[in-house]
Design a binder for this molecule. Sequence first.
Ligand SMILES: Cc1cc2nc3c(=O)[nH]c(=O)nc-3n(C[C@H](O)[C@H](O)[C@H](O)COP(=O)(O)OP(=O)(O)OC[C@H]3O[C@@H](n4cnc5c(N)ncnc54)[C@H](O)[C@@H]3O)c2cc1C
Length: 304
Amino acid sequence: MHDIVIIGGGPTGLSAALYALRAGKSVLILENNSMGGQIATSPRVENYPGIPVVSGLELTDSLLSQVMSSGGKVDLAETTGITDGTDKKTVHTTSGDYDAKSVIIATGAKHRKLGIDREEALTGKGVSYCAVCDGAFFTGRPVAVSGGGNAALQDAILLANTSPTVYLIHRRNTFRAEAVTVERIRKIPNITLITDSKITALMGNDALEGIVVENLVDGTTRELQVNGLFVAVGFEPKNDIFSNVARLDDKGWFASGEDCRTFTPGIFVAGDCRAKGVRQLVTAVGDGATAAVSACQYIDCLPN
Ligand SMILES: Cc1cc2nc3c(=O)[nH]c(=O)nc-3n(C[C@H](O)[C@H](O)[C@H](O)COP(=O)(O)OP(=O)(O)OC[C@H]3O[C@@H](n4cnc5c(N)ncnc54)[C@H](O)[C@@H]3O)c2cc1C
């Protein structure tokens, strides 16, 4: 029986582990891919307070070794579900079942991809899924944003502060974003709206040099010289397997507040997997700490 099983070895899960271990609890982290989560794929992080520049891998390697040297355990297995028993929680995985007094779900999220050739090869070399994280790397250079919702329009507005030209490419001729944001974007001179269009190809070998855009109405194509492409076509939460222990909202996020609680006592949700406004490292590690402290209080039967 572990005190706490943490599902997900990203920044949230690792931070939760650190806090729980320092409170004297035994901790098992389950990870189905590679430790570190999304940020491990980012070559350069510049907005983590106190660390001017660091690669995502360096940051998570350092966090992982902090966790391991504090006594954390890891199993590289996929979690397939949780059963809430009367005196224990059972976490089902591809390498067997684990019993725990408390469980923290920190399974993160994946950005939806465009699904075009070489998207993966150019990720981190011009293709990005996070304008807040990577926009500053393209200061003074032309960029494009793909998407038509609030996130895409907000990304374009943000990028227009640092890039001379921002193309906003959207499949339809109406935007899903709030009307006030659409009005605002139309007035920004260095944002060009390209509607009824989709990106069909990425140009450049070692780094992005341009994109090919197809007009879906007349079938014509054109090339745009850009060094950055920000894909903002949504996230894909995969939380359904936990719907027996935690409520999901209509988009599939865990519907929990800042306290990371679920309707199941002893089960907490934290980080990018829960409904929240800002999905960043600082909010992830903050959630990890909150969930760990709550889990410790639950185990120790303390009021919280
Ligand atoms: C390319 C890129 C660059 C970014 N740059 C920045 C930046 O510069 N600054 C910043 O603040 N933020 C940045 N972010 C955002 C930041 O990485 C995330 O907000 C943060 O990683 C969220 O942490 P998390 O632990 O909640 O989720 P994740 O990082 O998504 O980790 C969740 C982990 O859970 C695992 N998992 C999922 N389901 C299961 C399962 N069923 N069983 C076992 N394991 C499972 C996943 O494999 C993953 O390792 C970036 C994101 C990306 C993709």
